[in-house]
Write a protein that binds this ligand. Sequence first.
Ligand code: SER
Length: 585
Amino acid sequence: MKAKEIRNKYLKFFEKNGHKIIPSAPLIPENDPSVLFTTAGMQPLVPYLLGEKHPAGTRLTDYQKCVRTVDIEEVGDNRHLTYFEMLGNWSLGDYFKEESIQMSFDFLTKELEIPVEKLSVTCFAGDEDAPRDDVSAKCWEKAGIPKERIYFYGKSDNWWIAGEEGPCGPDTEMFYDTGKPACGSDCQPSCDCGKYVEIWNNVFMEYFKHKDGKYTKLVQKNVDTGLGLERMTMLLQGKETPFDTELFAPIMQKLAELAKNDNIQSRRIIAEHLRSSMMIISDGGRPSNIDRGYILRRLIRRMIRHLNKIEIPLQELSTLIEINVENLKEMYPELEKNKDIIKNVIIEEKEKFTKTLAHGEREFEKEMKKAKENGLTQIPGEIVFKLYDTYGFPPEVTKELATEKGFTIEEDKFQELFKKHQEKSRQGATQKFKGGLADQNEKTISYHTATHLLHQALKTVLGDHVKQSGSNITEERLRFDFTHPQKMTKEEIQKVEDLVNEQIKRDLKVKCEEMTYEDAKKSGAIGLFTDKYGEKVKVYTIGDFSKEICGGPHVTHTGDMGTFKIKKEESSSSGIRRIKAVLIK
Ligand code: SER
């Protein structure tokens, strides 16, 4: 069965069982600076798990695009991926353990036709925070899993939470027996030998873990499940790795054809990082030196290093992107829509990196020689940092170069220097933003409010993909950068101008409220999600038109701002447009 068929079967099955199919949220969380990427299907649903009403009801299902980068260095082996798709179904205070387990059992055995003999399950063993989950075990038995294939484990295996704080609970996990021989008489699902592979996780979210480590009950009992699509595809097709499935086969084959110095690990890294980068760029991510932009930069640069390693000319990148778009567009139509942006961003990044790559490699060789002469087997953190800072080498690239020569790198020291450096960059960015508003007077304040009106007007006219990526204000004009794939048409510019002027004429009241970041997000406020917000934030509401997290200041009424006029709409960098506009009094 192909991945897309598994996805369709899943969504249809849960739809048939009363679930509403909701769209995948973007990989880059909306207005959530606390996480870099969407890492699980439940993440965009947190407010609803906490009790807020979801417009689609209490039974939901979707496929969610996810990026997890904790294991970035492991990519290249036979299972780790940074991008993956998670199929999920949720009960928001609706059904609980029994129905959830029965549905999972039916989907696996009837829809996917997995023989019951291949399934084992695990349940929570209980501790001082929550009781042993005998209820789930009974449900499994009733569904058809024999007692001897039901295991109980503690928190480290059978409890799920995203991070340190938030909704959580005991989970029950399903395992697929690959048929490989047991590694010993005690071989069980918790074992890492490869016989058992986890395929699905049903979390019974009825607790909230607080910062101080204490647990309280949520207002409702939820179910949150996640099934990794790539892994399921691989197992059902009897393949050893996800790279052998149709999701990666065309790109893996092309890489093999092109490589002069083939190496399966490098091919996997290239194939995986290319798909991941394409998905991130398509959802609005751009390479940079901080936060999520830096993850994207690392993915692209590591991929480039491996293309060089197996001697594939970098001009082939364009063809490789085409192959992935062709192969994946049915599942991800956005890849075709954003193909040009994806190509531009990756090629621009390739050009930046190749400028310094050769110099960096020479510098690396020099440092290696020095280290050898001094009898060291480790590259000092300062050198790893220098290679990063001067030549743009992500640490995993340096680490790989070092490993190839039998060396290690001093990671702790690098991380320490890197953190300090990122802090400085962030302060710099905040300073720059503030700088634009440092001289506050009537004019700059009006421009600031106009920026909010413009931001919302662009979203209304062009679509929700529009995100602020920069802003600069002087007494004479405003400048606003935002994500949008193409040049705006004359009509679109006119519509945006009209919409802003209409709000000015309506003389809307501008209201400022202080609230927690969570509440701001819940209230639907938009904001600069790359900024680090404190506990409390200010939310500025302009009548019924705009709501945005912002430090202010703003006009109190829109009526006296003047007439808004867009003077220029141009490209700022790939996928980013820039508007210059004035207020005429
Ligand atoms: N949130 C759980 C997970 O990520 C189930 O979806 O595994």
